[in-house]
Design a protein around this ligand. Structure first.
Ligand code: ADP
Ligand code: 5GP
Length: 191
């Protein structure tokens, strides 16, 4: 944690949930429908997946560069997840909030906990799967991780799901369209 943010409740929204639950799919749809939302682009030491573009999906950085960001207080929050580091660049978030945009962070549990401390006004949403079996089907169906990475992510998913009661709201991503609508309601974008 590197900063304290003072802002209106609801301006900053955090979306957290286990790998493969559909956060990326939900966020894409949300951005498609609500052009005013600004999604923070994280820095990560993970290797790009096929089709991922530097500066669009993530800022792909080396470990040294990531350490420098941490040392220079350049990250609003950061965490290690499944053997890689991920963090939210601090400055662009502040800038967009100051300009009055609704800002979205799609981050894992430890990062959400850090934001809860530095920014208690942020609205935190946990996205849960309809069942653990369905989560496994989705993460395998995506086909982006090897068996070892899938195993790690599913093990971590159990801890994350058991922390869902820390969040302001829990959305079950069963029907994607309905889940997006629920998030839009929570963000005050639709009635
Ligand atoms: P995350 O960003 O949480 O890791 P993704 O958005 O990559 O998850 O989704 C993981 C997989 O699940 C993808 O193949 C996606 O198409 C699929 N998926 C997402 N939401 C749903 C849903 N509501 N029903 C069925 N499949 C879904
Ligand atoms: P993936 O490797 O599947 O893109 O992301 C793995 C996990 O890292 C997901 O739970 C995602 O939400 C999380 N994540 C992505 N960016 C950040 C970030 O900036 N900070 C934190 N704490 N987690 C992040």
């Amino acid at each position: 944690m590197t900063a304290t943010i003072d802002l209106e409740r609801g301006r900053l929204t955090v979306i957290t949930g286990p790998s493969g639950v559909g956060k990326g799919s939900l966020v894409n749809e949300l951005l498609e429908r609500n052009r005013e939302i600004w999604l923070s682009i994280s820095a990560t030491t993970r290797a790009p997946r096929v089709g991922e573009v530097n500066g669009e999906h993530y800022f792909f950085v080396e470990k040294d560069e990531f350490n420098e960001l941490v040392a220079n207080r350049g990250l609003l929050e950061w965490a290690e997840f499944s053997g890689n580091f991920y963090g939210t660049p601090h400055k662009p978030v502040m800038k967009k909030l100051q300009l009055g945009f609704p800002v979205l962070l799609e981050i894992e549990l430890e990062g959400a906990r850090q934001v809860r401390k530095s920014c208690p006004e942020a609205f935190q949403i946990f996205v849960a799967p309809p069942s653990f079996e369905e989560l496994e089907r989705r993460i395998r169906g995506r086909g982006t991780e090897n068996e070892q990475a899938i195993f790690k992510r599913l093990a971590r998913a159990k801890d994350e799901i058991s922390a869902s009661n820390e969040f302001n709201a829990v959305i079950i991503n069963d029907n994607l369209n309905l889940a997006v609508q629920e998030i839009e309601k929570l963000m005050g974008l639709i009635a």
